[in-house]
Design a protein around this ligand. Structure first.
Ligand SMILES: Nc1nc2c(ncn2[C@@H]2O[C@H](COP(=O)(O)OP(=O)(O)OP(=O)(O)O)[C@@H](O)[C@H]2O)c(=O)[nH]1
Ligand SMILES: [Mg+2]
Length: 455
């Protein structure tokens, strides 16, 4: 990695393609000098640029010929994204203008920025910690409102605050342990051990409360909801009703759907993948059989399985088998409530612990209730308290939790207190890796490698 003290970097910060404006960003000690040489403010005043003030003028090439009509701003350190001098040139969108301004900045001595290098400089210069830097990228790639909210909270120090608090407590505990090993005559060992174990258990509790693996996965990847049931019960019709569009083919021929058909929907502030599947039945048709297998696999890994039953027909052996296989993920959809009923919700409820909802894909009756129940099931609880959402953070927090549990066990087994100290130090190191205080260059490289250029 270049030494960020001496080099100046530049990149196009906006997405490629046609758009209203494109922004070239420059950061480093030469930012002001480069801006002066490639930007001519309207009115041609020769004085120093005022910091943090947007100026109108032209970007010019080496001969002073105009490249584009632009807005430019110089932001002097330290009140900037990187804590270095930063210049931004707002060009017209599309690829040509920003590319030519960027080329000019590079010709004037800037280096092309590596992916995430601006944010890396913000981290290196101590403006943000590693978890906050990661939040920037999570926010850019968030697929739902809930994921974006969690990223903003992390960006505002939600994760860092939690790490700092637990590390502070563990550092205090370490001091207590050191006192009891250094001055054994002054510390009552048994009372100290009890106090340490109690405080470590409190830290373990706090870490566990942040590690909701399911919630984190739902935020990162969204929930998967699978429509399943025997042929012709109305799975594809319900898919279309939930998507509010005519997506899946619906016919009165059993076995219409052959493959798994997946669409993204927004439910309860998170993104969900809703899948329609082939009707479950024994079949000699090899293509349909593959579809039936795929349907089973999709249902096996889903967060919510919508087990669809046709209420206008007597319960079949396949329906009964389906109800027997119901688990906590299952929601029974008793469809075709607009037709005369051959099965009632009460009869189905008697056969399963799963919730049963009556509905009609044709008339829309019961669909809002189905959506509300789906929202309830895929909603992420605890996010307001700063759930850890990044895989890296969860793994480190789990390692820390394991080390602390080992410390508590050794104290409870009556081992000397300095044995526990080794585990507590291990936990401290893992936690500090989350915020980057104790992260190796390799870890930092890995984090920033996933960034886009210009951020
Ligand atoms: N009256 C009524 N008919 C429905 C309802 N839902 C679906 N149907 C009809 O039932 C038939 C089968 O619907 P589909 O949605 O194709 O059923 P499916 O479960 O996807 O069937 P496969 O793809 O064969 O497994 C069609 O003729 C639909 O119009 C409903 O709520 N009420
Ligand atoms: Mg279908």
């Amino acid at each position: 990695m270049r030494n960020s003290q001496d080099t100046t970097i530049a990149a196009i910060a906006t997405a490629r393609g046609a758009g209203g404006i494109a922004i070239v960003r420059i950061s480093g000690p030469a930012a002001e000098d480069i801006l002066r040489r490639l930007f001519a403010p309207a009115g041609g005043h020769g004085g120093p640029f005022e910091s943090h003030r947007l100026m109108y003028g032209r970007a010019v090439d080496a001969d002073g010929a105009p490249l584009d009509e632009v807005m430019a701003v110089l932001m002097r350190a330290p009140r900037t994204y990187t804590r270095e001098d930063v210049a931004e040139i707002h060009c017209h969108g599309g690829s040509v203008s920003a590319e030519s301004v960027l080329s000019r900045a590079l010709a004037l001595g800037a280096h092309m920025a590596a992916p995430g290098e601006f944010t890396r400089r913000a981290f290196m210069n101590g403006r943000i910690d590693l978890s906050e830097a990661e939040a920037v990228m999570q926010l850019i790639t968030a697929g739902s409102e809930a994921a974006a909210r969690a990223s903003v909270r992390q960006l505002e120090g939600g994760v860092s605050g939690f790490v700092r608090r637990v590390c502070g407590e563990l550092t205090d505990v370490m001091a207590l342990l050191e006192a009891s090993t250094d001055f054994p005559e002054e510390v009552e060992e048994e009372a100290a051990a009890e106090d340490v174990a109690r405080r470590l258990n409190a830290c373990i509790g706090e870490i566990r409360a942040r590690c909701d693996e399911r919630g984190a996965r739902l935020l990162r990847e969204g929930a998967s909801i699978v429509l399943a049931g025997r042929p012709n019960v109305g799975k594809s019709s319900l898919m279309n009703a939930l998507l509010c569009q005519d997506r899946a083919i619906v016919t009165d021929i059993p076995g219409t759907t052959r493959d798994v058909l997946t669409e993204r929907v927004r439910i309860g502030g998170i993104v969900a993948e809703l899948s329609d599947t082939a009707g479950q039945r024994d079949t000699a048709d090899p293509i349909e059989r593959i579809g039936v297998d795929r349907a089973r696999r999709a249902a096996d890994t889903a967060d919510v399985v919508l087990a669809v039953i046709d209420a206008s027909e007597p319960l079949s052996a396949e329906d009964a088998a389906f109800l027997r296989g119901a688990d906590a993920r299952t929601l029974v959809c008793l469809n075709k409530s607009d037709l005369p009923a051959r099965i009632t919700a009460r009869e189905v409820e008697a056969m399963t612990d799963a919730m049963v909802l009556e509905m009609s894909a044709s008339s829309g009756h019961g669909i809002p209730e189905l959506v509300a129940e789906l929202e309830r099931r895929v909603a992420v609880t605890g996010e307001a308290d700063g759930l850890l959402t990044a895989r890296r953070h969860l793994d480190l927090a789990r390692d820390a939790e394991r080390a602390l549990s080992a410390a508590v066990s050794s104290i409870e087994a009556g081992m000397p207190l300095d044995t526990a100290a080794i585990d507590i130090r291990e936990a401290l190191e893992r936690l500090m890796e989350i915020t980057g205080e104790n992260a190796t260059e390799a870890v930092i490289d890995r984090v920033f490698a996933s960034f886009c250029v210009g951020k």
